[in-house]
Design a protein around this ligand. Structure first.
Ligand code: PMP
Length: 431
């Protein structure tokens, strides 16, 4: 009998012993059942591994790894390692009402199901923290504090992950954002500074303030640990989280079959990261920016100019963005937007009425309760579908839940189930 056959037989036998022992151990602790789909998946996995063994050393090593992974329950159930394990791999959902109306597949990536801060910013916050840890810039339980300027979502993700990793969070945000976001931050134990909206040239602007606060912390002899400015608008860790996560997930979930990706931009990390990944695999895919009122990005994409010179940031002191939409739209080119800027094929402007009506439509027709940027994305995706015509497949994002927007965006939508709920999608698109 050739050697490898003997090893295989021995391996199969020992594998069986390990498998039985491990499952017996699990069965004593749970009502798990050996003939569950998980158990049969596990058995197939083991047989596949064993069939590759052709020497004794590999056999021994494989069996040791197999046993410890079974004891940990890996692969048998679906156990996530901490809240960080619940970030990414969000579902891709076909929105039935919008797909039926347009004859296209309107697919939405349910980013509000990320487990820590319930938005795509979980990916970014984790990426920023991991990169800082790799560089030795953060030491758990030392008083090290992450400072960030955010309209809310990134702050919530950072605050939650900071708690899980032994850091503190200090969040600077504009005071015109929905109060739910600062309430959540406070409940997560973050320090919150709500400041007057101001242009980026103002040192009190929320992003500048966070940078200053981080430096003050590091310089202070009274505060334990150091201050780290997360810098979501400029850091590479932002778009890269989408380049390695959101983009590949969309590609896999659609089997590489999609015609367009639609997204708003706040920092620009999502649209750039996803565009860079998707265009590298699917050069023909269209990347479309969805832009709310008051943002300069629409003009930048369409006409190459950011905005009218009289709107230029720094020339006026008052807050320029006048919209109920939160989280997207900006009047400067950030590094994260710039990285993917040339890959953006077109832009669609969405007004507040359209966003509010779409949010209500999604509840009325699909039972989906989301926030303002998600509604903007869905208006733009539906509009694009009507432009492309039936038979196309368009992917966009649902960024966060409507629960985070009750006091502002949702307070301005008409009542769900109310008298005006017979509005048509055509009316929404033309509002
Ligand atoms: N939606 C929401 C609710 C957000 O908070 C943000 C980020 N500010 C975005 C969308 C936009 O994502 P990005 O920063 O990657 O452009």
């Amino acid at each position: 009998m050739p050697d490898y056959t003997r090893y295989y037989i021995a391996g199969a036998f020992l594998g069986g012993v390990v498998l039985t022992a491990a499952y017996n151990r699990r069965l004593t602790n749970s009502s798990d059942c050996n003939n569950s789909p998980d158990a049969s998946k596990q058995q197939h996995k083991i047989l596949a591994i064993l069939s590759k063994i052709n020497d004794l050393d590999t056999l021994k090593k494989t069996l040791v790894e197999l046993e410890s992974s079974l004891v940990r329950g890996e692969g048998a159930g679906d156990i996530k390692e901490g809240i960080e394990g619940c970030i990414g791999n969000t579902p891709l959902i076909r929105i039935k009402s919008l797909s039926e109306y347009t004859g296209c597949d309107i697919l939405v990536k349910a980013e509000f199901l990320n487990g820590a801060g319930n938005s795509p910013k979980d990916r970014v916050a984790l990426s920023i923290i991991e990169k800082a840890e790799e560089k030795g810039l953060l030491i758990p339980n030392s008083g090290d504090t992450i400072y960030e300027g955010t309209v809310g979502s990134t702050g919530i993700s950072l605050a939650a992950i900071c708690r899980a990793r032994g850091y503190k969070a200090h969040i600077c945000m504009p005071n015109d954002m929905a109060v739910e976001k600062s309430d959540i931050l406070l409940k997560l134990g973050a320090e919150v500074e709500r400041v007057k909206p101001a242009p980026i040239v103002d040192q009190k602007q929320f992003v500048n303030l966070a940078r200053t606060r981080a430096a003050e912390h590091t310089a202070s002899a009274d505060k334990p640990g150091r201050g780290l400015f997360a810098d979501q608008f400029e850091t590479e860790a932002n778009w890269r989280a989408h380049f390695t996560g959101t983009g590949p997930e969309i590609y896999e979930q659609t089997g590489g079959s999609l015609d367009a990706f639609v997204s708003g931009a706040g920092t620009g990390g999502t649209i750039s990261g996803v565009a860079l990944f998707l265009k590298s695999r699917l050069p023909a895919v269209k990347i479309i920016l969805a832009d709310p009122p008051g943002s300069g990005l629409f003009n930048r994409v369409k006409y190459g100019v950011m905005f009218d010179p009289k709107e230029k940031e720094g020339t006026r002191r008052r807050h320029q963005v006048d919209t109920i939409v939160e989280g997207i739209g900006i009047n400067r080119i950030t590094h994260n937007f710039d990285v993917g800027r040339e890959l953006i094929d077109d832009a669609i402007r969405v007004n507040d009425d359209q966003a509010a009506s779409m949010a209500r439509w999604l509840v009325e027709h699909d039972g989906i309760f989301v926030g303002s940027s998600s509604a903007v994305n869905c208006v733009a995706a539906t509009k694009l579908a009507t432009q492309l015509g039936p038979g196309h497949r368009i992917v966009t994002l649902l960024c966060d839940s409507g629960a985070r927007h009750l006091s502002k965006f949702w307070a301005q939508t008409k009542p769900v189930g109310g008298a005006e709920n017979d509005v048509t999608l055509e009316q929404i698109l033309n509002a």
